[in-house]
Design a protein around this ligand. Structure first.
Ligand SMILES: NC(=O)C1=CN([C@@H]2O[C@H](COP(=O)(O)OP(=O)(O)OC[C@H]3O[C@@H](n4cnc5c(N)ncnc54)[C@H](O)[C@@H]3O)[C@@H](O)[C@H]2O)[C@@H](O)CC1
Ligand SMILES: [K+]
Length: 509
C-alpha cells in the first residue's frame, strides 16, 4: 500500500477532481461519512452519547461539518466548535458550513482566551471529541488559540477520534509541530500519510483505519510515490503453500557465520529461526569452542568450526549454499574480518550482514563497491551511525532518507531497525513496517530477524521481498509474544516460538 506525503495527497485529490471529474464535495462527503461510521462504533458501548466536533477553517474542518450534519441526522447530540474566524471558511468547507447554519446546528466559536476557559469546562460533558482542526494542510508550528484548544482536548482525557491525521502532526514526517492531538483512533482517507505511520505521529494517532473516499484506483496508480506500507497481502504472496512433491533440497541451503565466546546465543537464535522459517538445510559456522553448545541446543542444524572454513577456502566452502549470513554475536576478530572481506568481494550468493558484521564493515565500507551478489544489511540506528558517520539522533530524525541514501550509494538493501523498521533498495523504493512493539527491544531480537531473512533467502525468495516479509513476520511474531507474555517479559526466543503460528495464520488467510 502506498504511503503519501501531504503534497502527493493533494495531487491525488486534484486528479480525482480534475481528471476524473469527481466533485471535491463528494470526496468530503465520503470522508465525513467514513468517520461517522467509526464514531457510531465507539458510541455503541457508551452511555453518554454527546459529541463535540472541533473544526478548523480548512477542508479538515469541512470534514468535521459533514460529520456534524450526519450525526445530527441520526439524532445524536452534537456540538461544533470552530477555531478561528469563520468568515475565512471557503470552498467545499464553506458549503458544508452554510448547511449547518441552515440546520441550526449548535456552533460555538473559539476566538479568545475566555472562550478557552469555557471550552475546557464544556469538554467534561462529552463522550467523544472529534478532531477536525488540521489535516494535511498543516503549515507551521501550532500556536495561540489553536494550541490552547489542542492542549485542553488532550487534558480532558476524553476519547478523541482524529480526522485524517491528529492535528499538529506533520503528514510528511510524523513530527509534532509544537503540539498535537492525542487520539485513540485516526481515520485517514484513501491512503495513509507518512505522518500516520512514523513515530511520533503514529503514537499520537492511536489505532489507524484507512477508508476509501471514492477516488478511483486508476488515479491512485498515477501517484508516483516510492514509499509503501508493508501489508499482510505482501507477506501472503511470498509465504505460499508448499507443493507436495518437494524435498529438503527444494528449500535451499543456508549458511550462518556467527557467535563468539559469551555470544553463542546469537548463533543459536539466528539458526533456529532460519530453520523455523523453512530453510531446507542449515550449517552454522562458529568458533570451535562453541560447537558443543550448538550441538546441544540446535539438533536440527549442522555446526562447523570457522577454522575449517578458513582452511578449506571460504568460497569453496560456500559453493553449495544459497545464502550466507554473517554477524550475529561474532565479535570483531581478525578471522571474521577476513571472512567478511572475502564473502563481500568474491561470493556469488545472497549475503546478509548484521550486528558485528556491520561493525567490521564500518571500517571497510568501500568493500561494498566490490559486491558480487545482492546484499542485505540490517543495522540498528547505532550501527547505521557507525556505517554513515551520522549521529544516532540524525539517523533517527531522518530514518527514511538515511536508509534510502545508503542503499542508493552502496547498491545494497538496507533494513534499518527501530520503531517502524524501514527497508530501502538501490532503486530508491522505501517500505515501512508497522508490526512490532517495544517489547522487541530485547537482546537477541535482531538475531531472530537475521535468521528469518536467511531462511527465506535460502528458499529462493527475492532479497527485497525476503527483507520486507521478514520485517513484517518478525513484528507480528513479536506482537503475539507480547500478547502472551507482556512487553516487559518477552524474550527473543519467545518471538521464535510464535513464528510457526504467524506463518500458518498468513498462509491460511
Ligand atoms: N478535496 C480535498 O482536498 C479533500 C480534503 N479532505 C480533507 O482536507 C484536509 C486538507 O485540507 P486543507 O488543505 O484545506 O488543509 P487543512 O484543513 O488541513 O488546514 C488548512 C487550514 O489550516 C490553517 N493552518 C495551517 N497550519 C496551521 C497552524 N499551524 N495553526 C493554525 N492554523 C493552521 C490554514 O491556514 C488553513 O486554514 C485533509 O486532511 C482531509 O481531512 C477530505 O475532505 C477529502 C477531500
Ligand atoms: K485532524
Amino acid at each position: 500500500m502506498k504511503v503519501l506525503k501531504n503534497e502527493e495527497m493533494r495531487k491525488l485529490d486534484e486528479i480525482a477532481i480534475n481528471t476524473y471529474k469527481i466533485p471535491g464535495i463528494i470526496l468530503m462527503e465520503n470522508a465525513g461519512i467514513s468517520v461517522v461510521e467509526e464514531i457510531e462504533k465507539s458510541l455503541a458501548s457508551k452511555e453518554n452519547k454527546k459529541i463535540a466536533v472541533i473544526s478548523g477553517l480548512g477542508n479538515n474542518g469541512g470534514d468535521g461539518f459533514v460529520i456534524t450534519r450526519h450525526l445530527m441526522n441520526k439524532g445524536i447530540q452534537v456540538i461544533t466548535y470552530i477555531v478561528g474566524d469563520t468568515s475565512m471558511i471557503k470552498g467545499d468547507a464553506k458549503i458544508n458550513f452554510d448547511i449547518l447554519e441552515k440546520m441550526k446546528a449548535f456552533i460555538v466559536k473559539l476566538e479568545s482566551s475566555e472562550d478557552i476557559i469555557q471550552f475546557q469546562e464544556d469538554l467534561q460533558q462529552y463522550s467523544i471529541l472529534v478532531d477536525a482542526l488540521l489535516g494535511t494542510g498543516l503549515q507551521r508550528t501550532v500556536e495561540g488559540i489553536m494550541r490552547e484548544v489542542i492542549l485542553k482536548m488532550n487534558a480532558s482525557k476524553k476519547e478523541i477520534i482524529a480526522v485524517d491525521i491528529p492535528s499538529g502532526i506533520n503528514g510528511n514526517d510524523g513530527k509534532v509541530q509544537g503540539v498535537a492531538v492525542e487520539a485513540k483512533k485516526t481515520i485517514t482517507f484513501q491512503l495513509p500519510k507518512i505522518g500516520n505511520i512514523l513515530f511520533p505521529g503514529s503514537y499520537y494517532g492511536g489505532a489507524l483505519l484507512v477508508k476509501n473516499i471514492g477516488i478511483p484506483k486508476e488515479a491512485v496508480s498515477l501517484i508516483q510515490s516510492k514509499i509503501h506500507l508493508i501489508t499482510e497481502e505482501v507477506a501472503a504472496s511470498v509465504l505460499s503453500k508448499r507443493y507436495g512433491d518437494t524435498h529438503k533440497g527444494s528449500y535451499g541451503r543456508a549458511f550462518i557465520i556467527a557467535g563468539s565466546v559469551g555470544m553463542s546465543g546469537a548463533a543459536i537464535l539466528a539458526s533456529k529461526t532460519a530453520l523455523r522459517c523453512g530453510a531446507g538445510l542449515l550449517r552454522t559456522a562458529v568458533p570451535e569452542s562453541l560447537i558443543p553448545i550448538l550441538e546441544n541446543q540446535l539438533i536440527e542444524g549442522i555446526t562447523v568450526p570457522v577454522k575449517e572454513m578458513l582452511d578449506k577456502g571460504i568460497i569453496n566452502y560456500l559453493k553449495e549454499e544459497n545464502v550466507v549470513a554473517i554477524g550475529p554475536g561474532c565479535g570483531r576478530s581478525q578471522e571474521f574480518e577476513e571472512i567478511l572481506h572475502t564473502v563481500i568481494t568474491s561470493a556469488r550468493l545472497p549475503l546478509v550482514i548484521d550486528a558485528d558484521g556491520l561493525n567490521l564493515l564500518a571500517n571497510n565500507i568501500h568493500l561494498l563497491k566490490d559486491l558480487k551478489a545482492p546484499c542485505i544489511i540490517t543495522p540498528h540506528p547505532g550501527e547505521m551511525s557507525r556505517l554513515t558517520g551520522l549521529s544516532i539522533q540524525e539517523v533517527n530524525d531522518h530514518r527514511l532518507e538515511v536508509a534510502k541514501n545508503f542503499s542508493e550509494k552502496w547498491g545494497v538493501i538496507t533494513l534499518l531497525k527501530g520503531a517502524r523498521t524501514v527497508i530501502t533498495d538501490p532503486q530508491g523504493q522505501i517500505f515501512i513496517n508497522r508490526t512490532g512493539n517495544p517489547g522487541m527491544a530485547t537482546a537477541g531480537s535482531g538475531d531472530v530477524l537475521t535468521g528469518m531473512i536467511t531462511g527465506l533467502l535460502s528458499q529462493g525468495v527475492e532479497p527485497l521481498q525476503a527483507a520486507i516479509v521478514s520485517a513484517y513476520l518478525h513484528g507480528k511474531a513479536g506482537d503475539r509474544a507480547a500478547e502472551e507474555l507482556g512487553e516487559y517479559s518477552m524474550l527473543a526466543g519467545d518471538i521464535i516460538d510464535q513464528v510457526p503460528f504467524v506463518i500458518q495464520e498468513i498462509i491460511r488467510a
